[in-house]
Design a binder for this molecule. Structure first.
Ligand code: SF4
Ligand code: SF4
Length: 444
């Protein structure tokens, strides 16, 4: 029997690339590496225009506070430090490197150099920070900070192999093609945290994934594969923890509050790459799909590669695009520019035509059907939050739990009245958080 949670929806999965092996992209002319790819403080450049850099060399770092460094993903020359619109909106600074095609490794790319059994938790966490590893799902929280917070508090690690966003197949291919990297990463994290129990969460329908992982786990009793019902958003942390433990995580809290720490499968593999080979997070797997893409693929790409290079590697466009989305159709961000670069959290690039444009031609109207309430995986009343914020009642939106919204897109997806419920819920959440910050400033 598969574990499940309340609410959620079953969108068409569109997983057309699930049987297409990962392909390394051909060398790209240049990359544009964002200094703001994580939750926390933006990095400051530690290289200058004109400087030669090598693969794995640190090019930006956070002088203090939350955040992690970024590294060169190709070797070549720094030609520009440019101000750009970030993938999630707002401004970012990017370091542009012209690729010399030599793929020269930096001298700092060295394995951890200690047996795991002899390493301290602090040493492993420091290595994870140096490698610039962020959560590679959607959250982009620095992995070292999650580990540091979990040490001594978590008793169970969940490795999240679930990709509930339609189209996305990057983690699925990783599990099938390199399950050892995930299992090694999982063991490193267990050592770093001193914990004895790990669960690997896999969708119930993914028999091949379970077989690939089970063959490496053998009969180790402390690592178990857990089947989770295939519905959206099963890959979301709070829903996953609830499905496996039946413990609810209160608003404003994290899985750590119930003794759990969750790492994405790709993040585990990145931890392994960092410790076993010394390679920072400079590449990731990206599903490139959508009805405008000639030949959809799963590509291994250097961080900072322009979207246009991924499209070209997939044979170009076969239809007029309406939207380019980084991430999935439920939670992804529409892009302004086909030259926007891939960052550490870009699991998919979707190029979609008018056919996938769900915007209703009729004015939105709430018919009080209650579907958004039944489907909301956070058990909120999205219609109430939406109508409160539409008339500026921030306190009322707060009372309906707007800050608990995980921005999953489920309510907009299910709404028959074409109401942009998710956008309104997110607007309400931002307004409540802003009001709380203002109140705190006035009290201080
Ligand atoms: S976007 Fe927010 S309000 Fe809408 S279903 Fe998801 S959690 Fe609920
Ligand atoms: S799903 Fe749409 S129409 Fe139905 S109650 Fe929610 S907002 Fe109203």
């Amino acid at each position: 029997m598969a574990y499940t949670f309340k609410g959620g929806v079953w969108p068409d999965d569109h997983k057309y690339t699930k049987n297409i092996p990962i392909e390394e992209i051909a060398p790209v002319a240049k990359v544009s590496v964002s200094l703001s790819q994580h939750v926390g403080i933006m990095c400051k450049p530690v290289v200058k225009v004109g400087e030669q850099v090598r693969v794995g060399q640190m090019i930006g770092d956070v002088p203090g506070g939350l955040g992690c460094p970024v590294h060169a993903s190709v070797s070549g020359t720094v030609v520009q430090i440019e101000e750009v619109t970030a993938q999630r909106g707002g401004t970012s600074y990017n370091i542009v490197i012209e690729n010399d095609g030599q793929n020269m490794l930096d001298d700092t790319v060295q394995p951890f150099g200690k047996k795991l059994s002899e390493a301290t938790s602090e040493e492993i966490i420091a290595a994870v920070r140096s490698a610039g590893i962020t959560g590679m799902g959607a959250a982009a929280f620095p992995a070292y900070a999650k580990l540091a917070a979990a040490a001594g508090r978590a008793d169970t690690l969940i490795v999240n192999c679930i990709e509930s966003e339609p189209f996305a197949c990057a983690s699925h291919r990783l599990v099938l093609e390199n399950p050892a990297a995930i299992i090694h990463g999982l063991k490193i994290i267990m050592v770093a945290l001193g914990i004895q129990r790990a669960w690997i969460a896999v969708e119930g329908i993914q028999k091949e994934e379970r077989a690939a992982l089970q063959s490496l786990i053998g009969d180790a009793k402390l690592i178990e594969i857990k089947k989770v019902t295939s519905k959206y958003p099963a890959g979301s942390e709070k829903q996953l923890v609830y499905a496996l433990t039946k413990k609810e995580i209160p608003g404003g809290r994290t899985p750590l509050d119930v003794g759990i720490v969750v790492f994405n499968a790709q993040t585990c593999a990145a931890v392994y790459e960092a410790l076993a080979k010394g390679m920072p997070l400079v590449r990731r797997i990206v599903t490139v799909d959508g009805d405008c893409i000639q030949t959809p693929k799963n590509l291994l790409v250097p961080i900072g590669t322009p979207i246009s290079d991924l499209i070209e590697c997939c044979g170009g466009l076969c239809a007029q695009p309406k939207k380019i989305i980084c991430g999935g159709p439920m939670m992804g961000q529409a892009q302004w520019d086909a030259d926007a670069p891939i960052n550490k959290t870009t699991a998919a690039v979707l190029v979609l035509s008018e056919y996938f444009d769900y915007e209703s031609k009729l004015p939105p109207v709430c018919i009080r059907c209650g579907r958004c309430v039944r489907a909301c995986p956070m058990k909120l009343m999205p219609l109430k939050i939406a109508s409160a914020i539409e008339i500026g009642r921030v306190d009322e939106a707060a009372a309906f739990g707007a800050t608990d919204c995980i921005e999953c897109g489920t309510c907009s997806y299910i709404c028959p009245g074409g109401v942009p419920v998710t956008q309104l819920a997110v607007r309400a959440k931002m307004a409540v958080l802003e009001q709380r910050r203002n109140d705190a400033r006035h009290e201080g």
